[in-house]
Design a binder for this molecule. Structure first.
Ligand code: FPP
Length: 246
């Protein structure tokens, strides 16, 4: 799939190293067509495939997708089963292709809440793709930013109690090492589809200096052009990381 680039040639603009996406609007996409919500989630998986391909083409090194939030468990059981069923199918049907594309997979979130077979497939997908380096794909599953920070605080407190960590040494970098994203660069750009303008508990620690782009389209309609226009918008932003303009 070729990406036709907008105003600025893709080669000459600043490409975010890490793009994270809040994929929103599957339900509305389905409702607009008189279809059940699951049809929207299925179309959402197609959009996931396109996003992975496009990220690799555009030179993005890290792509994080918010595929299942810790709050999503509160949806009706039938929808939770649809979403976990799609995840199971994705893990079984896509891994060979992702491996061939040079994608390295990693998962963040509370994987212990998923059924045992899914947990096994998650571990296998990470192991099978561990040597790939074309694109790092992080799927946030049963993920919540506040829970992640609380778990990191617990782990740091435990290390202090055991005497392996000096409290005075617990600076931002050290703390980040206790998060599930340890070793992953912070996102440069966070995209949210569906017109909603909030973070919904996504990467709360990591998004400190991320640029936010909100797109007025529903996730199943997200394709190469929308991805490219979000990157073009990112390239127009001036990032100062709190410093004064030079
Ligand atoms: C929001 O749509 C989307 C989700 C609940 C998660 C995204 C899930 C997918 C794209 C499919 C599964 C992905 C993988 C990788 C297997 P919504 O239902 O909240 O939409 P609405 O706000 O319009 O109701």
């Amino acid at each position: 799939m070729a990406v036709a680039c907008g105003e600025q040639a893709a080669e000459s603009r600043t490409v975010p190293r890490h793009v994270a996406i809040i994929m929103d609007g599957n339900g509305r996409w389905a409702a607009a067509r008189g279809l059940p919500r699951v049809a929207g989630h299925r179309a959402g998986v197609q959009a996931v495939r396109r996003a992975i391909e496009t990220a690799a083409q555009l030179g993005v090194e890290w792509l994080t997708l918010y595929a299942f939030s810790s709050e999503n468990w509160r949806r009706p059981l039938a929808e939770v089963l649809d979403l976990t069923g799609l995840l199971r199918h994705f893990l079984r049907s896509e891994i060979a292709e992702l491996k061939a594309q040079g994608v390295r997979l990693r998962f963040i979130g509370d994987r212990a809440r998923f059924e045992r077979d899914i947990q096994i497939d998650l571990g296998a997908a990470e192991r099978d793709t561990a040597h790939n380096s074309k694109l790092n794909l992080v799927l946030a599953l049963s993920y919540g930013g506040r829970a992640e920070i609380a778990a990191a605080a617990q782990a740091a407190a435990r290390a202090i109690a055991e005497g392996t960590l000096d409290p005075a040494a617990l600076d931002e970098d050290k703390f980040a090492g206790f998060l599930s994203t340890a070793g992953i660069p912070d996102p440069d750009l966070i995209i949210r589809t569906s017109g909603e303008q909030r973070l919904s508990n996504f990467l709360l620690w990591q998004c400190a200096y991320a640029e936010l782009v909100f797109l007025d389209l529903l996730w199943p309609d997200f394709g190469p052009e929308a991805f490219d226009s979000a990157l073009a918008e990112f390239a127009r932003r001036e990032r100062r990381f709190g410093a004064r303009p030079g």
